[in-house]
Write a protein that binds this ligand. Structure first.
Ligand code: GRF
Length: 204
């Protein structure tokens, strides 16, 4: 049976699009069973609609407590029977309540080589620091900010004439590939977690 993926988004959704494309091209043997956005105007929702993928808006603003917001997320995810959850530009921190429910089944894509430059504006942070190489990371989500075990990373050079836009664009191109590679490993059960280390089995 095909593994079911729930994708959580807040914005434009190019990483969501990369998953949709990989599934349509049969590079990924999975199905997106739901897209959840905490923002009603996220362009990612249009992408889901265009490809007839069920989507739901759950706004954090409608809840006083984080846990109530997350309970609603869990309801939607359970209804669609997800096996894995991808945070693809989802701009909310998840509490231990949510993380423990889906232990080692939530992954996130981050536009830097973690543990460097966690949190928001990672590309800007890299430029300000003056690193010559940055990149992207796909990692399991734990209770911290971008701090879970790293599945795969890809290095991206920083050029002297880069600004935030040009650097983000170069990184984003790699993000899309890295996310699919990571999801493939996860779906094909080729990942072993040993403490902080994630061992990927086989060729990819
Ligand atoms: C990406 O840069 C991702 O690494 C970060 O948020 C951005 C989301 O972009 N977590 P998109 O919505 O997938 O286009």
């Amino acid at each position: 049976m095909k593994k079911k993926i729930g994708v959580l988004v807040s914005g434009r959704g190019t990483n969501l699009q990369a998953i949709i494309d990989a599934i349509e091209k049969k590079e990924l043997d999975a199905e997106i069973s739901v897209v959840i956005s905490n923002k009603s105007d996220a362009f990612a929702l249009e992408r889901a609609k265009k490809h007839c993928i069920p989507s739901v808006v759950i706004s954090h603003k409608d809840f006083d407590k984080r846990e109530d917001f997350e309970k609603e997320l869990v309801n939607a995810l359970e209804k669609s029977g997800v096996d894995f959850i991808v945070l693809a530009g989802f701009m909310r921190i998840l509490s231990p309540f949510f993380i423990n429910k889906y232990k080692n089944r939530i992954i996130n894509i981050h536009p830097a080589l973690l543990p460097s430059f966690p949190g928001v504006n990672a590309q800007k942070q890299a430029l300000h620091y003056g690193v010559k190489i940055t990149g992207c990371s796909v990692h399991f989500v734990d209770e911290g900010v971008d701090s879970g075990p790293i599945i795969l990373q890809c290095a991206v050079p920083v050029f002297d004439n880069d600004d935030e836009h040009s650097l983000s664009k170069r990184i984003l191109k790699e993000e899309h590939k890295l996310l699919i590679k990571s999801l493939k490993l996860l779906i094909e059960d080729k990942i072993v977690i040993q403490g902080r280390r994630v061992i990927c089995k086989g060729e990819f």
